[in-house]
Design a protein around this ligand. Structure first.
Ligand code: NAP
Length: 169
């Protein structure tokens, strides 16, 4: 089985989104996101798809979960269930030798993926922004921290942050 991984940036108060967008500008995190996800199938919710500045994410299979059977978007593969999305992603990952499937948000998708994910790439953003979209609460004791790197805000970053990698025990 190809493992599922979650890729998320979350603020100290759990916020991950505001008004259909990210509540910060963090160029360093966008670079990391690209490095982690490149060449791997990416599963996302329809609202996250809508929020992407550049659609589809190039060099990655873009799988978009929606209940709207008429949804069509160039470069996106629409899926009506998480199970279907994972199945298609796994086929593609096997064909292309990708080591994992990335679930890239938002909250609805993280909720679906958390019980099954083996890896959690989490950027802890040093901020407490307002926002109505939160990363679901989860039991961190079920995970081991495999890496953690603290970073000061770079020139194009609104805040400092830590890159963490958690692996399921
Ligand atoms: N900080 C981060 O790492 C990060 C990452 C990603 C997104 N975000 C932010 O999070 C926000 C978007 O997240 P969100 O939680 O509001 O929305 P979302 O998870 O991206 O998308 C929700 C949509 O996905 C579809 N969906 C969800 N569950 C489904 C299921 N079981 N079966 C079929 N379709 C399903 C539905 O689409 P339809 O309505 O079309 O049926 C639903 O409205 C934005 O603000 C974005 O910028 C942040």
């Amino acid at each position: 089985m190809i493992p599922l991984s979650i890729v998320v940036a979350r603020a100290r108060n759990g916020v991950i989104g505001r008004n259909g967008d990210l509540p910060w500008r963090l160029r360093s995190d966008l670079k990391r996101f690209k490095q982690i996800t490149m060449g791997k199938p990416c599963i996302m919710g329809r609202k996250t798809w809508d929020s992407l500045p550049l659609r589809p994410l190039p060099g990655r299979l873009n799988l978009v979960l929606t209940r709207d059977s008429s949804f069509e978007a160039a470069g996106a593969v629409a899926c009506e269930s998480f199970f279907e999305a994972v199945e298609i992603a796994a086929e593609q990952a096997e064909e292309e030798g990708a080591e994992e499937i990335c679930v890239i948000g938002g909250a609805a998708l993280f909720e679906l993926a958390l019980p099954r994910a083996k890896r959690l790439y989490i950027t802890e953003v040093d901020a407490e922004p307002e926002g109505e979209v939160l990363f679901p609460a989860f039991d961190e004791s079920a995970w081991i921290e495999a890496a953690s790197e603290q970073h000061e805000a770079g020139e194009a970053d609104d805040h400092g942050f830590a890159f963490r990698l958690l692996e399921r025990r």
